[in-house]
Structures are given as structure tokens and as C-alpha cells.
Design a protein around this ligand. Structure first.
Ligand code: SF4
Ligand code: SF4
Length: 277
């Protein structure tokens, strides 16, 4: 089986994105973050992504439904069922070929945790933008990742050199709680290929009622994809990603809640008030 065949099988299994990183590219990672700590014979990391449906963000954008739109189809089901099934099916396929393959979700665990942003960057799928979101040319921030570690040295993908993040600051300006510090920067991503990201006050994000969520057994301590900052980034990148839509996502001015969960700014169709998540 060669790398093109792996990618074909991955797409048949439902992957929207697939890239391959050689373990050599990941050799400087600490033991707590290295694929070699999980599978010492690992030679390649296959990184699989599935899109977060744009439609799954609609309920939060309107402020009317958090759980059964994004909470299920953008978050829990996507990670725990759809993406997991893609990983499982491709792992079965590799095992049928006699290749040892270790399926892995991006969950933060007490043991070794691979950083999905580092893995996806190493597999040539994109890089982290200023707002801290991993951005791909296909979907911007709208995807989730999982991995398969293999003992086969598949041909690795080149790193993506073109960044989608154009420093527009929409993510920072879209945060009603001023949690994004545009004057303080951190460095993110693969060693030697880091990108600059804004420092973000995660304590504030944990309490944010603007679409952020904190769930156990998921990829991020605070999931910000559907939060005001994440949706602002999505809107800013509209038309720049290869996944295009006929109509614009944002239909009206945005709602926001202050830190107590009280409405800070409202603008709704039909007088619909936002629900509290
Ligand atoms: S999660 Fe909420 S508080 Fe944190 S940056 Fe996004 S909008 Fe701001
Ligand atoms: S909103 Fe703009 S600055 Fe922020 S991550 Fe997205 S593209 Fe980059």
C-alpha cells in the first residue's frame, strides 16, 4: 500500500482531509507529546480530518440552539462517532495489509497526548492562525482531527507554506469579553515552523457564554470553534477557503453575553432571545 492508496481509502472512509507526517519531522517533541511514546516503532503519522458542518454552527449563530446542532454534530458526535469511525475503518484497512496501525483521537488524556495542531501541521494540512485556531485552506477552522500511527514509512506530505491567517484581528474584535490580547503573543506549532498566536485568557473563555464549551474527553480544554471568536474567524475567511457557499453565513448583527450570561448586545429575528448554554 502506498501513500496515495492510503489517502484514497481515507476519503472512502469519510475523511475530508488527510495528510502524512514522517516521524522524523516529530523527533524533537517531548516524551509526553511524542507518537514514539505510544508506538516506539512508529514511522508515519496519518492525520485525518472531518469538517465541522457550517450548518452545525447555525443554532449558535442565531443564539437559539447550542446542544442539538453544534453540540452534537459539530462536537461530540463528530469526534466520538463520525471521525472515530473514519479512523477505525482506515485502521482496519491498514491491518488487512499487515501494517501495524494505532488509532488515536485528539483527546487530552492523563498520559501521552499528541497535539493535533502540531500533527496536522506536520502532515502538511495547514497551520495555526493568530486566533489559536488551526486553519486549513479547505475549511478555515471548521474541522476536527484524529491520527493513526503506523510502522510503515509512507511518503510524507510537504509542510504548507501559505498561511490562511491574514492578521485581520476579527477573532480578537469578535470576543465580547476581551479575552484575546492582541499585544501579547505566543508561539504555536511544530518546532522550527512556529506561528505567532495571540495570548488568550482561557480563564475567561471557560466562563464564556458566547458559544464556547468545555467538555471532558475532547480535543480542546475550551472549545472555541463555535464561540464568538471562532465564528468571527469563519466569517472573516468566507470566500477564501476552497469550501464555498452560495450565501454568506452571517445574516444579521451578532448577539453577545457578558461574563454573567446576561445579554450584552441583542439583534434577533422575530424577537428570539438567545438561550443560555
Ligand atoms: S471563547 Fe469567548 S471569551 Fe474566549 S476568546 Fe472566544 S469569545 Fe472570547
Ligand atoms: S480572525 Fe483573522 S487574525 Fe484571527 S485567526 Fe482568523 S484569519 Fe487570523
Amino acid at each position: 500500500m502506498n501513500s496515495n492508496q492510503v489517502k484514497e481509502r481515507a476519503r472512502e472512509a469519510g475523511a475530508d482531509l488527510v495528510g502524512i507526517a514522517s516521524v522524523e519531522r516529530l523527533k524533537d517533541l517531548s516524551a509526553e507529546a511524542s507518537p514514539l511514546s505510544i508506538f516506539p516503532q512508529c514511522k508515519s503519522v496519518i492525520v485525518l480530518g472531518r469538517r465541522i458542518l457550517r450548518g452545525a454552527l447555525r443554532g449558535i449563530e442565531e443564539g437559539t440552539n447550542f446542544g442539538s446542532t453544534y453540540g452534537c454534530f459539530g462536537h461530540r458526535y463528530l469526534e466520538n462517532q463520525f471521525l472515530s469511525k473514519t479512523v477505525y475503518d482506515l485502521t482496519c484497512c491498514l491491518e488487512r495489509e499487515g501494517i501495524e496501525a494505532v488509532p488515536l483521537l485528539s483527546f487530552r488524556t492523563k498520559g501521552v497526548t499528541l497535539d493535533y495542531k502540531v500533527m496536522a501541521q506536520a502532515a502538511g494540512l495547514g497551520e495555526t492562525g493568530k486566533g489559536g485556531f488551526f486553519l486549513t485552506p479547505e475549511f478555515g477552522h471548521r474541522q476536527r482531527f484524529a491520527m493513526i500511527l503506523t510502522d510503515e514509512a509512507f511518503e510524507a506530505d510537504e509542510l504548507k507554506k501559505v498561511s490562511l491567517c491574514d492578521n485581520c484581528n476579527a477573532c480578537a474584535e469578535g470576543c465580547p469579553l476581551k479575552a484575546v490580547h492582541t499585544e501579547k503573543f505566543l508561539s504555536s506549532g511544530l518546532e522550527g515552523h512556529e506561528t505567532e498566536t495571540f495570548a488568550i485568557d482561557e480563564k475567561i473563555c471557560r466562563a464564556c457564554k458566547n458559544g464556547a464549551s468545555c467538555l471532558p474527553e475532547t480535543s480542546d480544554d475550551v472549545d472555541r470553534y463555535a464561540a464568538a471568536c471562532g465564528r468571527a474567524c469563519m466569517v472573516a475567511l468566507e470566500g477564501k477557503t476552497t469550501n464555498k457557499f452560495e450565501n454568506k453565513f452571517r445574516k444579521r448583527s451578532v448577539w453577545s453575553m457578558d461574563i454573567t450570561g446576561s445579554a450584552a448586545e441583542l439583534s434577533f429575528v422575530g424577537g428570539q432571545a438567545p438561550v443560555k448554554n
